[in-house]
Design a protein around this ligand. Structure first.
Ligand SMILES: Cc1cc2nc3c(=O)[nH]c(=O)nc-3n(C[C@H](O)[C@H](O)[C@H](O)COP(=O)(O)OP(=O)(O)OC[C@H]3O[C@@H](n4cnc5c(N)ncnc54)[C@H](O)[C@@H]3O)c2cc1C
Length: 392
C-alpha cells in the first residue's frame, strides 16, 4: 500500500474551498452544476477528477458542513450508464435532475423468484409498435415510493439463454399499470423497500437503455460501481456509527468497566481497524491507477457482519432501556438528521438487511472463492439453455 492523502497544500484545493466559501448553502442543483456530485465523471456533469481530487471534494464538502443530494441509485449505481449507453436525449432529460436530487431513482431488478440469480428474472417486455409492454413483479425496490424514474431490467428475448435476453429501460414511475406496495420493516421508520407490480405498462421504445440484450452487462456494471471515498468506517454500508464511536460511547456511559463487554468491544475495535486498512488498500490502488482488486468483495463480506456487531453491542450495553424505541445509547452522539443511519436505534433495526442487500454473504463468498482463490466456478445448469425452455 503506497498512499499519500492529498495535503492542505494540494494545488487543486484552494479553488474548491473558495467555491464552498462563496456558496455556504448550496442547493443540489448548485452542487451538481459545480461538478461536485460526481467529480469523477467527465464535464459538464463532473470534473474528470482523479482519485486525489475526488477526495479533496469530499473533504472540502465535509469541512463546509454541506451534504450532497441523496439519490443513491442514480449517483452510486445507474446514472453513469447514460454516459456510455444512453442517447443525447436521455442525458438531456435525466441527468441534471438526477444529480441535483430533484428526481429520485429506483432500481427494479430483484423479483420474488430470487434476487441472487438475476439472470433468471421473469418480468417480460414485449415489443408492440413503438412501445414495449411490460408485465411482471419486482420486490425489495428501495425508494420506489419516492422515485419518479425506475431503472427496469426485463426480458425482451425469451428465446435466448437467460443472461442474453435481458434489456434495461428508463421507466416513468407514474406510468399507468404500476402499483407500488410498501414493505414495512421492523426498523419502524419510513418504509425502505417496496413491491412493484407492472401490469401491461407501456414504455416508449426510445426509453430502451443501450441495445436489446445489453441488460445483463449493464446491470452487472451498475451493481459493481463504487465511487472513490475516503475510508467509510460506518456500520451500515459505510454510513452511520463506527466501531471507534462505539468504543467512545461505551467509555462515556461507563460500560467498559465490565470486563467481558470490554473484551468484546476491543475485538470489534480491532475488526474496524482492519476494515479501515482494507479500504485504504483499495483507495491506494485507485490513486496509483491500478485496477481495484478483489478487496471490494472481501471488504463487503467482512464489513456487513462487523456492522451488525457494532450496533448490536451498543444496543446490549443499554440494557432494558434499549427496548424502548428511540432511546439513544450514547447521549453525546446524535447525527445532524441528514443521514438516517446516524441514529443508533435505526441502524440496529435495519442492520439484519446489510448481509443481504447488494449481494448476500454466500454470493460474496462465491466471488472470493472463484476470483481470489481460483476455485471452480459455481455450476449453473441453465446458463446455456434458451430461457423459454428452462423449467420454472
Ligand atoms: C436493504 C436492501 C435493499 C435492497 N434494495 C434493492 C433495490 O433497490 N432493488 C432491487 O432490485 N433489489 C433490492 N434488494 C434486493 C437484494 O438485491 C436481494 O435481496 C439479494 O439480491 C438477494 O436476493 P433474494 O433476497 O431474492 O435471496 P435469494 O437470491 O433467493 O437467496 C436466498 C438464499 O440463498 C442463497 N443463495 C442464492 N444463490 C446462491 C448460490 N449460488 N450459492 C450459495 N448460496 C446462494 C443466498 O445467499 C440467500 O441466503 C435489496 C435488499 C436489501 C436487503
Amino acid at each position: 500500500m503506497d498512499l499519500e492523502l492529498p495535503g492542505e497544500d494540494h494545488p487543486k484545493r484552494p479553488a474548491i474551498r473558495a467555491w464552498f466559501e462563496a456558496h455556504p448553502r448550496p442547493s443540489g442543483r448548485d452542487l451538481a452544476q459545480a461538478g461536485f456530485v460526481v467529480p469523477h465523471w467527465p464535464t459538464p456533469w463532473g470534473l474528470a477528477a482523479d482519485a486525489e481530487v475526488q477526495l479533496i471534494v469530499d473533504q472540502e464538502m465535509k469541512r463546509a458542513g454541506v451534504s450532497p443530494p441523496r439519490n443513491p441509485v442514480a449517483v452510486n449505481n445507474c446514472a453513469q450508464s447514460l454516459l456510455t449507453h444512453g442517447t443525447e436525449a436521455h442525458r438531456e432529460r435525466f441527468l441534471w435532475p438526477a444529480l441535483a436530487g430533484e428526481e429520485i431513482w429506483c432500481m427494479l431488478f430483484s423479483e420474488p423468484s430470487g434476487g441472487s440469480d438475476l439472470g433468471a428474472l421473469r418480468t417480460v417486455a414485449r415489443r408492440d409498435g413503438d412501445h414495449y409492454v411490460v408485465k411482471g413483479h419486482k420486490i425489495w425496490t428501495s425508494l420506489a415510493h419516492k422515485a419518479t424514474v425506475g431503472i427496469l431490467v426485463a426480458r425482451t428475448q425469451p428465446d435466448l439463454p437467460k443472461h442474453q435476453g435481458l434489456s434495461q429501460f428508463l421507466l416513468d414511475m407514474d406510468s399507468p399499470g404500476i402499483t407500488i406496495r410498501p414493505i414495512i420493516d421492523m426498523s419502524a421508520h419510513e418504509n425502505e423497500y417496496n413491491e412493484v407490480f407492472l401490469d401491461e405498462v407501456r414504455i416508449p421504445a426510445d426509453r430502451l437503455l443501450g441495445k436489446e440484450g445489453e441488460g445483463w452487462a449493464l446491470s452487472m456494471t451498475q451493481l459493481q460501481t463504487e465511487r472513490v471515498a475516503l475510508s467509510r468506517p460506518g456500520a451500515i454500508w459505510g454510513h452511520g456509527p463506527s466501531a471507534r464511536e462505539l468504543v467512545e460511547g461505551l467509555a462515556e456511559i461507563g460500560a467498559l468497566d465490565d470486563g467481558a463487554l470490554r473484551d468484546e468491544a476491543a475485538q470489534i475495535y480491532v475488526e474496524g481497524e482492519i476494515l479501515r486498512l482494507l479500504a485504504y488498500r483499495a483507495l491506494s490502488d485507485r490513486m496509483n491507477a491500478r485496477t481495484p482488486g478483489p478487496e471490494g468483495a472481501i471488504h463487503k463480506m467482512l464489513a456487513a457482519p462487523h456492522g451488525q456487531r457494532v450496533v448490536e453491542l451498543a444496543k446490549r450495553a443499554q440494557g432494558p432501556r434499549g427496548m424502548t424505541a428511540g432511546e439513544r445509547p450514547f447521549p453525546s452522539q446524535l447525527g445532524d438528521g441528514t443521514d438516517p443511519y446516524d441514529d443508533w436505534d435505526h441502524a440496529f433495526w435495519f442492520s439484519p438487511a446489510v448481509t443481504l442487500g447488494v449481494g448476500t454473504q454466500e454470493i460474496l463468498k462465491n466471488v472470493v472463492a472463484e476470483r481470489v482463490l481460483g476455485l471452480p466456478r459455481d455450476v449453473d445448469p441453465t446458463a446455456r439453455t434458451p430461457w423459454s425452455e428452462t423449467k420454472r
